[in-house]
Write a protein that binds this ligand. Structure first.
Ligand code: UDP
Ligand code: MG
Length: 309
């Protein structure tokens, strides 16, 4: 019998857990007579009763397991922990809030089995129910990253995907600290098919992503999958050398022809402020990469498990 592992990262999802499980079980009984399901709930240091709700399920059902972190490590760590624990032949990552409809699983599973794909990934074709400003910045991010990175990132891609064990093994082999899964999935390659669905709003609770958190996550994605900003700052440096060279020439010629009246300090002040701005900006870019490297070389654990079943 083949086994499908369902990994569910949960952070303060006390209202959703049971709803999610019921819906997934409904799909299981309806569409998966010959397969076995394994649930791995990852409690990412929730502050509400999430862990208790998960334990209730785990006690009642043999095939429900859980991992509980010692604190909140973020969704990326929760997903990795789930992948590390999964024992299934096929593995899927799903949000607890039912924004990733379990009803799609059958279709995805059949595609892998019959059409020979290694991975079926999902993307939402609209961003209904999301603040327009967030959608706008998300669009900008995907435009930018696809320009400056070799790894393709699909706009609207969810983390919801069904993968073969082989693909998951390869994802797990990348033990980087700064994880940006959308890029890692793409990086490992394998035959991936994208299916699309309309955005579904969460069943209960509210989103865990503030604008600031998303912004930091975007920076993570850029530094993890592109060195273009570094090239950009080198380019700026070169450009400024060139400009200064032209200015020197201009001033020498001007002084030789018209003499040397001491004026022009306001323009000088502007230039100094502008150029130091550019310098700080470039230093900031280098600092970003350096700080990521710093975190990598420390080899800290990506998550700490407090208890599990
Ligand atoms: N999540 C998590 N750790 C976090 C933040 C979120 O495990 O630090 C989980 C959350 O419980 C949910 C999933 O990641 O199951 C997606 O989060 P959310 O629904 O808030 O994100 P959105 O769907 O709004 O992008
Ligand atoms: Mg969600």
């Amino acid at each position: 019998m083949e086994k499908i592992s369902i990994i569910v990262p949960c952070y303060n999802e006390q209202e959703s857990i049971k709803l999610f499980f019921e819906e997934a079980e409904r799909v299981k009984n309806q569409d998966f007579q010959y397969e076995e399901f394994e649930y791995i709930f990852v409690d990412d240091g929730s502050k509400d009763n999430t862990l208790q709700k998960i334990k209730e399920l785990a006690n009642a059902h043999e095939n429900v397991r859980y991992i509980s972190f010692s604190r909140n490590f973020g969704k990326e760590s929760a997903m990795l922990a789930g992948l590390d624990e999964a024992t299934g032949d096929y593995i899927t990552l799903m949000d607890a809030d039912l924004q990733d409809p379990p009803s799609l699983l059958k279709k995805m599973f059949d595609m892998i089995k019959q059409e020979g794909y290694d991975c079926i990934a999902t993307r939402r074709i609209n961003r209904k129910g999301e603040p327009p400003i967030r959608s706008f910045f998300a669009k900008c991010f995907y435009k930018l990253i696809n320009h400056i990175s070799d790894v393709e990132m699909v706009d609207g891609a969810r983390d919801f995907r069904l993968m073969t064990k082989q693909m998951v093994e390869n994802i797990k082999s990348m033990r980087e600290y700064n994880r940006f899964s959308k890029g890692l999935f793409s990086f490992v390659g394998f035959k991936t098919k994208w299916i699309e669905y309309e955005n579904v709003e969460r069943v209960a609770g509210k989103t865990k992503w503030s604008f600031w958190k998303l912004f930091k996550y975007a920076i993570e994605g850029i530094t993890a999958f592109s060195t273009a900003p570094l090239i950009f700052s080198s380019f700026l440096g070169l450009l400024f050398c060139l400009v200064s060279f032209l200015m020197i020439l201009f001033i020498i010629v001007k002084t030789l022809i018209f003499g040397d009246p001491t004026s022009g300090w306001p323009s000088l002040a502007c230039i100094i402020v502008f150029v130091s701005g550019v310098q700080l900006f470039s230093l900031g870019i280098i600092g970003q990469y350096l700080s990521k490297t710093y975190l990598e070389v420390k080899h800290r654990p990506k998550y700490i498990i407090k208890e599990k079943k």
